[in-house]
Design a protein around this ligand. Structure first.
Ligand SMILES: C[S@@+](CC[C@H](N)C(=O)[O-])C[C@H]1O[C@@H](n2cnc3c(N)ncnc32)[C@H](O)[C@@H]1O
Length: 287
């Protein structure tokens, strides 16, 4: 790998107000996303598990050393560093400057100096078509204002037969179903309750969107990518009317047990984790 260190700025020509809100949010949350992989709690456990599962899938693909991987929404750079350490060639794209700075500093400190860093947006990738063997997008789909456009971009830059690996926030998740303030069936009432009890600042944050399995399949299909594997995992933190319901240790134990069942494919558990991780392969021939 070359030791060239680059940062390109590739903001989409017309950065939309929803994207600017998301980018501002992640610029302000860069410290949080640096610590999440070493923090205690169900949220952190689920993110650690997500990275672990994604890397296990990558390892199972037996890619050639030097395979070119694009990481979309690189955050604090955890997956970039893990992949660069496996001998792959990395390009990382991320719209939040603060995130890029942290990720680049961490990658550099870890000796991953050949990463190509791009400050840009998944909705307008600007790379040549069919230029990557793998596109990885962990935790990004929930924040996209037009996921269909971004998925089409990811499909465009992927070579035929190349792999897409990413995650979505699962709409049919147990922690949402058990809380009347979050359960979609009682949504109109829940909205009123939430307005009454949640912190006012919550509405100022961009909202992460959730997707069903069917919605994720549609996004992949429209981008010319066939689904290959899919799991859901991550249960909790459980809330009641938006407030924490269980002591942290209990929540972590429940999460670990339910995640184990979900990954073994036990009905109900396998469909109701908070995270949906999917692997797809770009069709050899696309119209
Ligand atoms: C939840 S974090 C996940 C970070 C990292 N992939 C991980 O799993 O640790 C989502 C990341 O997506 C980035 N993001 C948001 N909108 C994006 C967009 N339109 N294109 C690319 N990345 C985006 C955010 O700035 C943030 O760094």
């Amino acid at each position: 790998m070359s030791d060239r260190l680059t940062l390109e700025t590739r903001r989409p020509e017309a950065s939309s107000p929803p994207q600017e809100k998301v980018t501002r949010f992640f610029d302000g949350a860069a410290g949080f996303w640096t610590q999440v992989y070493s923090a205690p709690g169900v949220f952190a456990d689920t993110h650690r598990r997500r990275l672990e599962l994604a890397l296990a899938w990558i390892d199972s693909l037996a890619l050639q050393p030097g395979a070119h991987i694009l990481v979309v929404g690189a955050g604090a750079g955890f997956e970039v560093i893990a992949l660069a350490n496996r001998g792959y060639l990395l390009t990382a794209i991320e719209p939040a400057n603060a995130m890029v700075e942290i990720a680049r500093g961490r990658a550099d400190a870890a000796g991953c100096t050949g990463v190509r860093w791009v400050n840009g947006d998944a909705h307008a990738l600007g790379f040549a078509r069919e230029s990557f063997d793998v596109v990885m997008a962990l935790g990004v789909i929930p924040w996209l204002h037009t996921p269909g456009v971004a998925m089409a971009e990811m499909g465009r830059v992927l070579r035929p037969g190349g792999w897409w690996l990413g995650s979505a926030d699962n709409a049919v998740r147990l922690d949402r179903l058990v809380d009347p303030a979050r359960n979609p069936v009682v949504a109109p009432l829940s909205r009123r309750i939430r307005k009454a009890v949640m912190r006012p600042s919550a509405s100022a944050r961009p909202k992460a969107r959730m997707h069903t399995g069917r919605a994720v399949h549609r996004l992949l299909d429209d981008a010319g990518i066939d689904p290959v594997a899919e799991v859901t995992f991550g249960f909790g933190p459980f809330t009641l009317i938006g407030r924490s319901m269980l002591p942290e240790a209990v929540g972590r134990t429940i999460n670990a047990k339910l995640t184990e069942l979900a990954l073994r494919g036990v009905p109900l558990a396998r469909a109701t984790g908070s995270q949906r991780l999917a692997l797809g392969q770009k069709r050899l021939v696309t119209p």
